[in-house]
Design a binder for this molecule. Structure first.
Ligand SMILES: Cc1cc2nc3c(=O)[nH]c(=O)nc-3n(C[C@H](O)[C@H](O)[C@H](O)COP(=O)(O)OP(=O)(O)OC[C@H]3O[C@@H](n4cnc5c(N)ncnc54)[C@H](O)[C@@H]3O)c2cc1C
Length: 384
């Protein structure tokens, strides 16, 4: 590996590397040539999902028993990092929301639920989403207000969720609801299926991730069979907290991949663009920008790989994961801003990769747990 190569992944095995090569070939063939058109038209090609399933993009890191292709957390992170680096945010999102929706079902769902949901999602025939956030409370998950009251052999849902990824497109929704009293012990998880009476979706357009959908969900006397309960009643909050750890590792991987794309484009442009009779990169100021970008990227990569290894080994390094996600968010925002700056006005042109990367760079310092809230979480974990 050349000394300047950005990749040094000591915890990736030969199997991970082989999977990554296969994945990158798939992205280069099936995604990269079309991604700008999909983003500007705000479309996601229906045929892509099954093709992605065939090369293991959907099932990577998930149990073979339920239709996944096996592997571990590193496989899941490879998918997220490389889709973000070589694809686009919207396409990546369209292929990965099940990664945050399915873990509770895999961990504690009944076999009947697993059988109904998991194989079709991993085959690319169905889409799964996770619905926690509400209009009156995103960060404050413990105080969510969507109710699910027991009525015979059903739960009846009332309330609203918002900013839900795959909110319009999903077939299966893992929904956080209040089945009991105020506080964390009153929270449960329920599977809600598209088409259930009293359940509607409304698309929201955000400034990034344009080729996939985000939506507000509404539940009005929506009746869901009691057997759709995921795990035990009142145990939902703990499941969500466990889920957040894996989600935040994934968020960090996405931002690492995106920051690398910023660095690669900035470096190439700085070498090609001639200003005042010499390449931009001949200026020390520009070289320093590139080195600062690269330094932060290397720090995120090392932090992510260590946190992922600990997670893989059965630890729950909550503070490290929160800090890694926050470092990745700062790094991506910094790299995107510098990449556009190095491109000058060209960095603002629609269709330039750095323009899209910059537009998308704010999303994950909010989504998946906002920076301030994760700093608070880390502070508590560190006993500060
Ligand atoms: C693109 C995108 C996709 C998303 N997908 C999903 C999804 O699939 N499912 C889902 O359930 N949710 C999803 N979300 C929602 C996301 O998880 C929430 O936006 C996030 O949890 C923050 O909640 P909020 O936006 O309501 O901000 P708020 O909770 O209103 O917070 C607003 C700001 O105040 C800060 N803040 C809050 N509390 C404190 C405090 N105590 N001290 C200091 N600052 C504080 C926050 O950090 C934030 O910056 C998505 C969001 C985005 C942007």
């Amino acid at each position: 590996m050349p000394a300047q190569e950005i990749e040094y992944r000591p915890f990736h095995t030969d199997r991970h590397t082989a999977f990554r090569c296969q994945l990158q070939a798939f992205i280069a063939r099936e995604i990269a040539p079309y991604v700008d058109a999909w983003e500007s038209e705000r479309v996601f090609p229906a045929s892509l999902r099954r093709k992605a399933a065939e090369v293991g993009v959907l099932g990577a890191g998930f149990p073979e028993e339920w239709g996944g292709i096996g592997g571990d957390i590193f496989d899941k992170l490879i998918v997220k990092e490389d889709l973000a680096r070589f694809g686009a945010g919207g396409v990546r999102l369209g292929l990965t929301t099940h990664c945050i929706a399915l873990p509770p079902i895999i961990a504690v769902g009944s076999d009947a639920l697993r059988q109904r949901v998991l194989p079709p999602v991993f085959r690319g025939d169905a889409i799964a989403a996770l619905a926690i956030t509400e209009p009156d409370g995103g960060s404050d998950v413990a105080n969510l207000t969507t109710t699910a009251e027991r009525s015979g052999d059903s739960f009846v849902l009332n309330g609203e969720k918002t900013f839900i990824s795959s909110g319009c497109s999903a077939d299966f929704y893992t929904v956080a609801v209040r089945t009991g009293a105020a506080g964390v012990d009153g929270i449960s998880l329920l599977l809600v299926e598209k088409g259930t009476s009293g359940f509607t979706q409304e698309r929201q357009d955000l400034m990034g991730w344009r080729s996939w959908d985000n939506a507000t969900l509404r539940f009005r006397d929506c009746r869901v069979p009691a057997e759709n309960l995921i795990g035990a009643e009142g145990k939902g909050f703990r499941l969500l907290m466990q889920n957040f750890n894996e989600e935040r590792l994934g968020n960090a991987a996405i931002m690492l991949g995106a920051a690398k794309a910023c660095w690669e484009d900035a470096r190439q442009y700085a070498g090609e663009r001639v200003v005042f009779g010499r390449p931009l990169a001949a200026n020390q100021t520009i070289r320093h920008k590139l080195v600062e970008m690269r330094s932060l990227i290397q720090a995120v990569q090392a932090s992510l790989d260590v946190a992922a290894l600990r997670f893989q080994q059965g630890e729950t390094p909550i503070a490290e994961i929160a800090m890694t996600k926050n470092l990745a968010a700062r790094t991506y925002e910094f790299c995107a801003a510098e990449a556009v700056q190095i491109h000058g006005a060209r960095g603002l042109v629609t269709g330039e990769r750095v323009e899209r990367l910059f537009r998308e760079s704010k999303i994950l310092s909010i989504g998946g747990g906002a920076t301030e809230v994760l700093n608070d979480l880390a502070a508590r974990q560190l006993g500060l």
